[in-house]
Design a protein around this ligand. Structure first.
Ligand SMILES: *[C@@H]1O[C@H](CO)[C@@H](O)[C@H](O)[C@H]1NC(C)=O
Ligand SMILES: *[C@@H]1O[C@H](CO)[C@@H](O)[C@H](O)[C@H]1NC(C)=O
Ligand SMILES: *[C@@H]1O[C@H](CO)[C@@H](O)[C@H](O)[C@H]1NC(C)=O
Ligand SMILES: *[C@@H]1O[C@H](CO)[C@@H](O)[C@H](O)[C@H]1NC(C)=O
Ligand SMILES: *[C@@H]1O[C@H](CO)[C@@H](O)[C@H](O)[C@H]1NC(C)=O
Ligand SMILES: *[C@@H]1O[C@H](CO)[C@@H](O)[C@H](O)[C@H]1NC(C)=O
Ligand SMILES: *[C@@H]1O[C@H](CO)[C@@H](O)[C@H](O)[C@H]1NC(C)=O
Ligand SMILES: *[C@@H]1O[C@H](CO)[C@@H](O)[C@H](O)[C@H]1NC(C)=O
Ligand SMILES: *[C@@H]1O[C@H](CO)[C@@H](O)[C@H](O)[C@H]1NC(C)=O
Length: 881
C-alpha cells in the first residue's frame, strides 16, 4: 500500500543532489555555541517569568491529557499497547502523496569513533519516502571524511555542522532547534541505521489519535527502581529486534522511561527541552534529557514502538554492548540521579491515576514543615487521598531527602507521600523569586493537584512572594487553601473528616457578619472584640456590617465609625426611623446567591474563638458534600446550645438534649436538628431567608390591613409575641418542616452566649434571677470540638436527631405532615411539594393563597379606610438608608 503511493515521490527524489557545508572555524564555533547556551539559559529564565501565562495556555491544551493516556488508560487504568500490525491499521491522518518531500529533518549525531556514517546515509537514501533535509553534527576531524562519504550519497540534501568541542547533548539540541526547519525531526545517534520503512511508519503512527502526542522510537530503557547510589543503577534495555537470548524486545507499544538511539518528535517540542533553567541540565545524558523534559513539562510520554522485520528496525549494529554503554555513561555522571531524587517524575514511577484525591502541599523551609506535619501525615492516612509535597530545597532549609527521612521516621502515623524537591539555587533576589515562580507553576501543572495547601504568612520573604504570585495565576481547577501556621492544629480534625468533595469547596461559602445595635456600646465592643480575636483560618473575605438603629448614643456612633476590622470589608448603616428589632434583623441580610450566608448577631452576644470553625465545618459538611442532597430543609446553624424551651404554652422550661437522647440510638452528645430559630448567634442560609422575606412582607400586610389569613402554629406560645421576627419565622418553619442545626457539647458549651442585658426585649426584673444566669452558657475557649463530637466527627445528615419546636424527638416525616396539615387549613392552594416529590422551591406563594374575590374586596376596603384616615399616620413605615 505504501509502496504504491510512494513511487512518484521516489523518482523525483533522485533528480536533485545538493550538498551544503557550514564551515565555521572550529574554535570560534564552539565558543559561539557555548555563548548561545548561556544566553539562552538566562533568557529563558526571564522569558518564562514574564510570558508564563502564554506558555501555560499554549501547552495546556496539548497536555492536560495526552491522547495516548486518554485512550490507552481509559477506565482500566492499565496500559493497553498495540502490536506492530495493529499500529499500522490504526486510523491515521497521514497521507504521503500530498507531499513531495516529507516535512522531516533527519539529524545524525556523529561521534569520532563511529564509521557507520556511510551506511547511515545509504539507509536514509533508501527510505520509502524522502525527508526534506538531513543534518549531520560532527567534529572537525571528521568533516572531510563525511564530505567524502556524502559524495556517494548524491541525491540527498545534507547539511554538515561542525561542532568541535562542545559535545553536550543540550548543545546538540540547540543546534537542531536552530537548523531544522521542518515540522518533524528524526534524531539518530551515532551508528543508528534505519530500516527502509522506518520514516514512513513513524509518520503514520504519529498521525494517529493514540500516538499524536508522543515521542516515538524503537529502542528504550527503563530504570528498575531508583538506585540509592549511582553504582547500584540497574537498567532494562529494550532493543528493536532479537539478537541474543538475553535482550528484551517489546511486542506491543509501551511507555518507557527513556528512548535510545532514535527519536521521532515534533520540532516545536525542542524548546521545551531548554526550559529547565538549571546549570546541571548541561550534564544530563541525551536520552534522559529528551524523555524527562517532555514528560515533565508537557506530559508527553516516550513510547516504544514494536518492529516486525528489518524494514521496520532502526538499528543493525551489534546490540550486546549497547545497554552496558549507556549504563557506563549514566554511572560516570550522576546529574540525572539528582533529578530523580528531587522527585522529577519519570514515566514508570508515575502510573496514571484518576480516582485519587490529589492534595499538594507547598512547604518553604523546615519551620513550615513542622507546623504542617500533623496535617499532611493525617491527610495521607485518609482513604483515597494521595498527598504530594513540594519543598524548596536544601539551600532554603528543607531538602526533599530530608523530608523523606522525616516522613519515614513517623512510621505508620504517616501514609504514602510523594516528595518533590525544587532544589532552588541561590543567586540574586530576582532570580530566586523567578525560579520559584516558574518551578511552582510547572510542577503544579505537572502534578495536577485538586487541592493545594500552603502557608499564609504575614511578612513574606522572596520565596513566599514567588509562591503567591505563581498561585494567583492558577485557574479554577485547583482549590487553594492558604492557612496561617498557628491555626493549622485546629483545622486538622475538620480536614480529615470532611468528604473531599466538600473540602474542595473551601472557598465557596461567603460568610457575612451582621451586627444589630443601638445604645449598648460596651456590649457592642465586647462582641466586636470577640469576633476580632476569632480564628478565620486564612479566610480574608469576611464582611462585617453594623446596623445602628435610630436613637443610638454618641459613644456607639463614635465606636462604630472608628473600630478597625481586618478580616474583610466593614460597613456601617444607620436608620433614621426607629424600626426596632424586626426590620433591623430581617433587613440586615438579603442574600444574592446560594453561597451568601449571614451570621446575625445582636450586640449583647459574645462569640467563641472557634465560632467560625464550627460554621465552616458544618457548612462544608452539610451544604457542599454528598449530604447536600438531603439537607434542603436545613435553614441555619446555631452557635448557641439552647438550655431553655420557650415555646411551651405553659411557659419557659429548662431543656437538656442529653436527657432526650439518653436511651435512644442517638449519642447523647450528638449535634441535633431543631425547628427553633436561634437569635443568639446563628448563621442563616440564603434560600430560606429569601423565602422568609417574601413571606414576611405578605404576612405583615395581611395582619395589619386585610385580615384574611390567620396562621397560628398549634401549641406554640409564639403567637402571643409582638414585633418579633421569630414569630413569623416559626410559622414558616412549621409549615415547611425546616430545621436548624444545634451544638450539643458538655455543660452547654457553645460558640456564642447571650449576656441578656437590658434592651429591647429584656427588662429589668426586681427580685428575680438575672436573665444571664438563665440563658448564659460557657463559651468554647479551648478547641474540644473533635474530641467531644461522637466518634470525633460530624454525623451524616440522615443520622442526626430531629426535634420539634418543643424539643421533643421526632422525624422529618412527622414534621412535614404537621406542616401540611396546617397548610391545608390556612391556604387555598396545596403545598408545592409532596411526600413523593419532596423538592422545595423556596417560594411562599402556595402558603399565601386566599379567595381572590375576598382579597380584592379587602384591598378596596382598606384603601377606603386609608383615605378616610388621611391625616392620621397609620403603621410606622420602615425606611432604610
Ligand atoms: C485551548 O482550548 C480552549 C477550549 O478548549 C480554547 O478556547 C483555547 O483557544 C485553546 N488554546 C490554545 C492555545 O489552543
Ligand atoms: C477509522 O475512520 C473511519 C472513517 O473516518 C471510521 O469509520 C472508523 O470507525 C475508524 N476506525 C477506528 C478503529 O477508529
Ligand atoms: C492524499 O492526498 C492526495 C493529494 O492531496 C489526495 O488526492 C488523496 O485523495 C489523499 N488520500 C487520502 C486517503 O486521503
Ligand atoms: C491528536 O488527536 C486528537 C484526537 O483525535 C485530536 O483532537 C488532536 O487534534 C490531535 N492533535 C494533533 C496535534 O494532531
Ligand atoms: C483586631 O485585631 C487587630 C490585631 O490583631 C488590631 O489591629 C485591631 O485593632 C483589632 N480590632 C478591634 C476592633 O479590636
Ligand atoms: C444529588 O442531587 C443531584 C441533583 O438533584 C443529582 O444529580 C445527584 O445524582 C444526587 N446525588 C446523590 C448521591 O443522590
Ligand atoms: C441515662 O439514663 C439512665 C437512666 O434512665 C441514667 O441512669 C443515666 O445516668 C443517664 N445518663 C446520662 C448521661 O444522663
Ligand atoms: C458549666 O457552665 C457554668 C456556666 O453556665 C459554669 O458556671 C460551670 O462552672 C460549668 N461547669 C463545668 C463543670 O464546667
Ligand atoms: C413533648 O413530649 C412531652 C413528653 O415527653 C409531652 O408531654 C408533650 O406533649 C410533647 N409535646 C408535643 C408538642 O408533642
Amino acid at each position: 500500500m505504501y509502496q504504491k503511493e510512494l513511487l512518484p515521490a521516489r523518482s523525483s527524489y533522485h533528480k536533485r543532489a545538493k550538498i551544503t557545508c557550514f564551515s565555521l572555524r572550529s574554535s570560534s564555533f564552539s565558543r559561539f555555541f557555548r555563548y548561545i547556551t548561556l544566553i539562552s539559559l538566562s533568557f529563558l529564565l526571564f522569558a518564562t517569568y514574564y510570558l508564563k501565562q502564554q506558555t501555560i495556555l499554549q501547552i495546556s491544551n496539548d497536555t492536560l491529557h495526552t491522547s495516548f493516556e486518554d485512550i490507552n488508560f481509559k477506565d482500566t487504568g492499565v496500559l493497553k499497547g498495540h502490536t506492530y500490525i495493529e499500529l499500522l491499521h490504526l486510523n491515521s491522518t497521514w497521507n504521503s502523496t500530498s507531499y513531495h518531500d516529507v516535512p522531516v529533518t533527519i539529524v545524525i549525531i556523529h561521534d569520532n569513533k563511529d564509521n557507520h556514517i556511510g551506511k547511515q546515509l545509504n539507509a536514509i537514501a533508501s527510505q520509502s519516502i524522502k525527508p526534506e533535509s538531513i543534518l549531520i553534527i560532527t567534529t572537525s576531524e571528521n568533516v572531510n571524511r563525511i564530505l567524502q562519504v556524502k559524495k556517494s550519497a548524491k541525491n540527498l540534501e545534507i547539511h554538515v555542522i561542525n561542532n568541535n568541542n562542545d559535545i553536550k547533548p543540550f548543545t546538540y539540541l540547540q543546534i537542531i532547534q536552530q537548523k531544522a526547519q521542518t515540522k518533524y525531526v528524526l534524531l539518530l545517534n551515532s551508528g543508528a541505521i534505519l530500516g527502509e520503512q522506518y520514516l514512513q511508519n513513524m509518520l503514520h503512527i504519529s498521525h494517529t489519535e493514540e500516538y499524536n502526542n508522543s515521542i516515538l522510537g524503537t529502542m528504550g530503557i527503563n530504570f528498575n527502581g531508583v538506585p540509592n547510589r549511582v553504582q547500584d543503577l540497574s537498567l532494562t534495555c529494550y532493543e528493536d529486534h532479537l539478537v541474543s537470548s538475553e535482550n528484551n524486545v517489546a511486542r506491543i507499544s509501551k511507555d518507557v522511561d527513556m528512548l535510545t538511539n532514535i527519536w521521532f518528535l515534533k520540532r516545536k517540542w525542542l524548546p521545551i527541552m531548554f526550559k529547565e533553567a538549571r546549570r546541571d541540565i548541561l550534564d544530563l545524558p541525551l536520552e534522559f534529557l529528551i524523555s524527562f523534559s517532555l514528560r515533565y513539562h508537557v506530559n508527553i510520554p516516550s513510547i516504544l514502538i514494536p518492529t516486525l522485520d528489518q524494514h521496520s528496525w532502526g538499528d543493525t549494529r551489534s546490540k550486546s554492548i549497547h545497554c552496558k554503554k549507556i549504563r557506563r555513561e549514566f554511572v560516570n555522571d550522576d546529574a540525572w540521579l539528582r533529578y530523580i531524587e528531587r522527585g522529577y517524575p519519570l514515566i514508570t514511577k508515575e502510573p496514571f491515576r484518576r480516582k485519587e484525591n490529589s492534595i499538594l502541599f507547598l512547604l518553604e523551609g523546615s519551620d513550615q514543615e513542622r507546623y504542617f506535619r500533623p496535617l499532611y501525615c493525617q491527610l495521607s492516612l485518609v482513604d483515597n487521598n494521595l498527598v504530594k509535597i513540594i519543598t524548596t530545597g536544601e539551600n532554603f532549609g528543607l531538602s526533599g531527602s530530608r523530608l523523606k527521612r522525616i516522613i519515614k521516621k513517623k512510621g505508620s502515623s504517616c501514609g504514602r507521600i510523594e516528595v518533590y524537591d525544587l532544589d532552588l539555587e541561590i543567586q540574586n533576589d530576582f532570580n530566586v523569586k523567578s525560579q520559584i515562580y516558574q518551578n511552582v507553576l510547572r510542577m503544579t501543572e505537572y502534578l495536577k493537584p485538586e487541592l493545594l495547601i500552603y502557608a499564609k504568612v504575614t511578612t513574606k520573604n522572596l520565596l513566599m512572594k514567588g509562591i503567591s504570585s505563581a498561585i494567583e495565576g492558577f485557574n479554577g481547577d485547583i482549590s487553594i487553601i492558604n492557612l496561617p501556621l498557628e491555626e493549622i492544629a485546629h483545622i486538622i480534625g475538620l480536614m480529615i473528616d470532611l468528604p473531599f468533595e466538600a473540602l474542595k469547596k473551601w472557598n465557596e461559602p461567603i460568610i457575612q457578619l451582621q451586627i444589630i445595635t443601638q445604645n449598648r456600646p460596651d456590649s457592642l465592643s465586647r462582641l466586636v472584640n470577640s469576633l476580632n480575636s476569632s480564628y478565620y483560618f486564612g479566610d480574608e473575605n469576611i464582611p462585617l456590617t453594623v446596623n445602628i438603629d435610630r436613637g443610638a448614643d454618641p459613644v456607639t456612633l463614635e465606636y462604630c465609625s472608628t473600630f478597625s476590622w481586618n478580616h474583610g470589608k466593614k460597613t456601617v448603616r444607620h436608620r433614621v426611623v426607629q424600626g426596632g428589632l424586626l426590620p433591623a434583623v430581617v433587613e440586615s441580610y438579603y442574600p444574592y446567591n446560594y453561597h451568601d450566608y449571614a451570621v446575625l448577631l445582636e450586640d449583647d452576644i459574645e462569640v467563641s474563638p472557634f465560632f467560625y470553625l464550627w460554621i465552616k465545618y458544618n457548612l462544608l459538611k452539610y451544604r457542599y458534600g454528598p449530604d447536600k442532597n438531603h439537607s434542603q430543609r436545613l435553614y441555619g446553624i446555631s452557635l448557641y446550645g439552647q438550655r431553655q424551651m420557650e415555646l411551651n404554652m405553659l411557659g419557659r422550661k429548662p431543656y437538656d438534649p442529653e436527657s432526650k437522647f439518653n436511651g435512644t440510638n442517638f449519642p447523647i452528645r450528638s449535634p441535633y436538628l431543631s425547628q427553633i430559630p436561634c437569635s443568639w448567634g446563628a448563621i442563616y442560609f440564603p434560600e430560606v431567608w429569601r423565602e422568609f422575606h417574601d413571606y414576611l412582607a405578605e404576612r405583615l400586610d395581611d395582619e395589619t390591613k386585610y385580615h384574611l389569613q390567620s396562621i397560628i402554629v398549634p401549641e406554640s406560645r409564639s403567637y402571643k409575641w409582638k414585633k418579633s421576627w421569630k414569630k413569623y419565622f416559626i410559622e414558616l418553619v412549621y409549615l415547611r418542616g425546616y430545621v436548624m442545626l444545634y451544638p450539643n457539647f458538655k455543660n452547654f458549651t457553645s460558640f456564642s452566649t447571650n449576656h441578656a442585658e437590658i434592651g429591647t426585649h429584656i427588662q429589668f426584673r426586681k427580685n428575680k434571677p438575672a436573665y444571664s444566669t438563665i440563658f448564659g452558657v460557657p463559651l468554647m475557649m479551648e478547641n474540644t470540638i473533635y474530641k467531644e463530637l461522637p466518634d470525633n466527627h460530624l454525623a451524616d445528615f440522615n443520622q442526626l436527631p430531629v426535634t420539634d419546636l418543643w424539643g421533643n424527638l421526632t422525624s422529618f416525616h412527622e414534621l412535614i405532615d404537621r406542616g401540611i396539615t396546617l397548610h391545608n387549613k390556612v391556604s387555598l392552594c396545596p403545598p408545592h411539594f409532596s411526600r413523593e416529590i419532596d423538592q422545595l422551591n423556596f417560594s411562599p406563594k402556595d402558603i399565601l393563597c386566599v379567595d381572590e374575590e375576598r382579597k380584592r374586596k379587602a384591598i378596596r376596603d382598606y384603601k377606603a379606610f386609608e383615605k378616610s384616615q388621611e391625616n392620621v399616620p397609620s403603621m410606622p413605615k420602615t425606611t432604610k438608608v
